[in-house]
Design a protein around this ligand. Structure first.
Ligand code: P6P
Length: 337
């Protein structure tokens, strides 16, 4: 059995991929690793202590904030602020971007965008949830106060992206643009160990993930694709199967391993789609393209979209190349309705 490689060793080993980063990105990823361990510990206790259930406040999305949402947001912000690589953070749980004003953060060169606890309504029913993060070089001059432009960059400018999935085991999966690697947390050692090296999504798959409760309002092309999956038995006689967990990170992770497509089109309640471009779709799109898949809003490559607003939503279709391509054929054929 090959020797165990920890996330820390792997980050340092891959540092040579960034000659000009001189270790800042490595240290930034280490702070995310630390926060993931802290949040993982609390999630595994949820239910045993009074940390589940809403805190009675709402986030900008108008969604009830679960106590763990707030906890995860605070822990990731604190971990990122504590080191001198990050000058500001945008979060699903914060109306505006948080600018770090400590002297040591002013000269930082990165900004981080995150969904600290995606799928949090699933916590109380013991379903996997996740953290999603996206890292950019700031565009404003080092030493000055970060500006909105630092946080509104197109996804193809990302330096790194990843997620933590708090499930039957906890994993951290990330890319810096040189492939996707997955690390499984060993609580007995308190370390993330390399368990899924160079993750590639199968070109084809049989799993489609969509909330069919919204069917009536789906664009016709999406309806046609769902019917195609339900009525066609591919040559290998493996029929399609519908799998939808209601946690993007969990559905994405399963489809990444097994092949599949995740769809969140425009719906009655979310005419622009529900998922947020900056801290859900862009990081997941970066990971998916690095793993050989496709991520689109139905018309454009997600990573080419020019963000206009911190919390903007877009339709999101992501997964195996052949499955997304087939969907796009239906969307193109029915683009006028
Ligand atoms: P629906 C969780 O709130 C989330 O943002 C994603 O993690 C998940 O895939 C989706 O929304 C679920 O939305 O409308 O199907 O409940």
């Amino acid at each position: 059995m090959s020797e165990m490689r920890t996330l820390g060793e792997f980050i340092v080993e891959k540092q040579t991929d960034f000659p000009h980063a001189s270790g800042e990105l490595s240290s930034l990823l280490a702070s995310i690793r630390l926060a993931a361990k802290i949040v993982n510990r609390e999630i595994n206790k949820a239910g045993l202590v009074d940390i589940t259930g809403a805190v009675g406040t709402e986030n900008i999305q108008g969604e009830d904030q679960q106590k763990l949402d707030v906890y995860a947001n605070e822990k990731f912000k604190a971990a990122l602020e504590a080191r001198d690589q990050v000058c500001g953070v945008a979060s699903e749980e914060e109306d505006e971007a948080i600018i770090f004003n400590k002297e040591l953060n002013k000269n930082a060169k990165y900004v981080v965008l995150m969904d600290p606890l995606d799928g949090s309504t699933n916590i109380d029913v013991n379903v996997s949830v996740g953290t999603i993060f996206s890292i950019y070089h700031r565009v404003s001059p080092i030493g000055t106060t970060p500006t909105a432009e630092d946080f509104l960059q197109p996804g193809h400018k990302q330096v790194a992206a990843g997620y933590v999935i708090y499930g039957s085991s906890t994993m951290l999966v990330y890319t810096t643009g040189n492939g996707v690697n997955g690390f499984t947390y060993d609580p007995s050692l308190g370390t993330f160990c390399l368990s899924h090296e160079n993750m590639m999504i199968p070109e084809d798959g049989r799993i489609y993930s969509i909330n069919e409760g919204n069917y009536i309002r789906f664009p016709t092309g999406v309806k046609k694709y769902i019917k195609y999956c339900q009525e066609n038995v591919p040559e290998d006689n493996r029929p399609y199967t519908s799998r939808y967990i209601g946690s993007l990170v969990a559905d994405f992770h399963r489809n990444l391993l097994k092949g599949g497509i995740y769809l969140y089109p425009s719906t009655l309640s979310h005419p622009q789609g529900k998922l947020r471009l900056l801290y859900e779709c862009n990081p997941m799109a970066f990971l998916m393209e690095q793993a050989g898949g496709i991520a689109t809003d139905g018309i454009n490559r997600i990573l080419d979209l020019d963000p206009q607003e911190l919390h903007q939503r877009v339709p999101f279709f992501v997964g195996s190349k052949n499955m997304v391509t087939k969907l796009q054929e239906f969307l193109e054929a029915h683009k006028d309705n």
